[in-house]
Design a protein around this ligand. Structure first.
Ligand code: ADP
Length: 511
């Protein structure tokens, strides 16, 4: 090699070498010698091999022989020993040089140091492995998605729960892993999060390996890189099935207790009235028969009519007794703090309200007097109105789900409680029908809640009515008299009223 060329080659920022067409090394540049501590003579022929890590030599030699045999350019990675005995990773690239006739006359190559890249890659791999190990061991379901929403990884817990492979999990939008009733909403929410970068938070049912669907709270968070781009989404799925069941137990109980009180009342009325009614019908037909006989038995008919009248009186007495019984029960003249009683009911529904993403505001005036009545019955009414409002907002997705419970003074020494929701509302023409027993628009409704609530409120000397909001949803209001002679709460216990108000605010803040 002439001097000029040799100087140029020596100055190249890599370890440069040339080889004969058969693969024997002809020349190595100064950098090559400086790095390895070997001389050109030592490197020539097959000597260069000692400059590579013993573990990499064989593969490198095979790669080199393949390249030489093919006559094509090629590259391979291997560790090269530095003069001080340390090894660093290099990528060795080579190309053939051919004469005008196309015959290879020489090979020329350059080895570039890629140790830093290799170390970064290894560190990243180790980090990924550590991350996957941690994720795998988490006692919850974790799924990692790419920025476009493709499944990248699912931890062991997820795959074990569903009894699927990662490949099967990737087809989650179509293969029934998500409950058919939840699927559409889940996919829509998921897509919305992926496209907007907004965290995901919703509840849905997912299939267990044995085919049973359980409820999960699913939360998804984007992980962003230094430039703020989403690099990864991680989704956590927490099993809330037991809690969901408990909620459904509780909601049903509330309905059942209403049905029960109505049922018991109906049964006792039926029993008490049936007897005299049966007597009236028998006596009336007997007197009919006697009067239409030839000759008519007027004496006998008179007697049976007297008995008919007696039975009629008996039925009416029964009614009076029942009414007295019912009203006596209702007008338990306890002093009920309606705000406190309502807060207790709200507490019962707190989880349900939070899960359904409802913002509840409980607003209470400062100077409310206690009302006269039965605390439990009034709570039953409030519970009914709140549950109805929650249910009315079930399908609402295009606006905030808001619920306002407003307790304030009403005319005529009454206290008024109104539950306003942003739900589906009702047709104003049907406002009075809603209170008819067994009138329901719900698939699993019983249509009992409002009729029982109205009878409770009326037995307290109050009124319960429904009105349509001007924008969205409905308002159900009742108004009942304050306890006779009671002084207002602001007069007697202002601090209580204050704390009730503070709690109400807290309710709103904690949503
Ligand atoms: P159920 O809840 O079992 O249907 P209710 O007597 O409590 O029985 O309610 C009767 C009907 O009144 C409901 O089916 C519903 O159509 C209507 N309703 C009750 N509350 C609301 C509300 N907040 N918004 C709209 N409609 C309501």
């Amino acid at each position: 090699m002439d001097n000029e060329l040799s100087r140029t080659v020596d100055a190249l920022p890599g370890l440069v070498w040339t080889a004969f067409p058969d693969g024997r090394i002809e020349f190595v540049n100064r950098r090559w010698c400086e790095y390895t501590g070997l001389s050109v003579e030592q490197a020539a022929g097959e000597g260069w091999q000692t400059a590579f890590h013993p573990d990499d030599r064989r593969a490198l030699l095979e790669a080199w022989q393949t390249v030489v045999a093919s006559g094509e350019r090629g590259e391979a990675e291997a560790r090269m020993r530095r003069f001080d005995g340390t090894y660093r990773w290099f990528v060795c690239r080579t190309s053939p040089i051919a004469d005008v006739a196309g015959e290879i006359v020489k090979w020329c190559g350059i080895n570039s140091d890629i140790e830093d890249r290799k170390q970064t890659e290894a560190a990243l791999r180790a980090q990924e492995q550590r991350f996957e190990l941690i994720v795998d061991r988490l006692p919850t379901r974790v799924i990692l998605f790419g920025p476009d929403g493709d499944v990248l990884h699912a931890n062991r817990h997820t795959l074990d729960y569903s009894g699927v492979t990662i490949e099967e999990l990737k087809a989650w939008k179509t293969n029934g892993l998500t409950h058919p009733d939840d699927r559409e909403a889940v996919i829509a929410r998921f897509r919305a999060s992926i496209s907007t970068g907004e965290p995901y938070d919703a509840e849905s049912r997912h299939r267990r390996a044995d085919g049973i669907y359980r409820w999960f709270r699913v939360q998804g968070f984007p992980l962003r890189d230094n430039e703020g781009r989403i690099a990864l989404w991680y989704f956590l799925q927490t099993d809330i099935d037991d809690r969901k069941r408990a909620e459904a137990l509780r909601a049903e109980l509330a309905h059942l207790s209403c049905v029960n009180s109505q049922g018991v009342l109906t049964a006792s009325i039926a029993h008490e009235i049936n007897q005299p009614l049966a007597g009236i019908v028998t006596n009336a037909s007997t007197s009919l028969r006697m009067l239409s006989a030839e000759p008519p038995n007027v004496e006998g008919a008179l007697e049976t009519v007297r008995r008919t009248i007696r039975d009629g009186h008996r039925a009416s007495e029964v009614m009076t007794r029942l009414r007295a019984l019912f009203s006596k029960k209702a007008v338990t003249t306890d002093a009920v703090d309606l705000v406190e009683a309502t807060q207790e009911v709200v507490g019962l529904l707190q989880d349900e309200i939070r899960n359904k993403r409802i913002v509840l505001h409980l607003k209470a005036a400062d100077d409310l007097p206690p009302v006269a009545g039965d605390r439990v019955q009034l709570q039953q009414v409030v519970l009914n109105l709140l549950l109805n409002a929650v249910e009315a907002m079930n399908g609402v997705e295009d606006r905030p789900r808001r619920m306002l419970v407003n307790i304030e003074r009403d005319d005529g020494d009454c206290v008024r409680l109104a539950v306003t929701d942003s739900g589906v509302g009702f047709d104003p023409q049907h406002a009075s029908k809603l209170f008819d027993p067994f009138s329901t628009t719900k698939r699993e409704g019983m249509g009992i809640g409002l009729s029982v609530s109205r009878s409770i409120i009326e037995s307290h000397g109050g009124r319960l009515w429904a009105s349509s909001n001007t924008d969205q949803g409905a308002t159900f209001t009742f108004s009942i008299p304050r306890r006779a002679g009671s002084i207002s709460a602001s007069d007697q216990s202002a601090p209580t009223r204050q704390s009730a108000h503070a709690d109400a605010d807290q309710v709103e803040r904690s949503r």
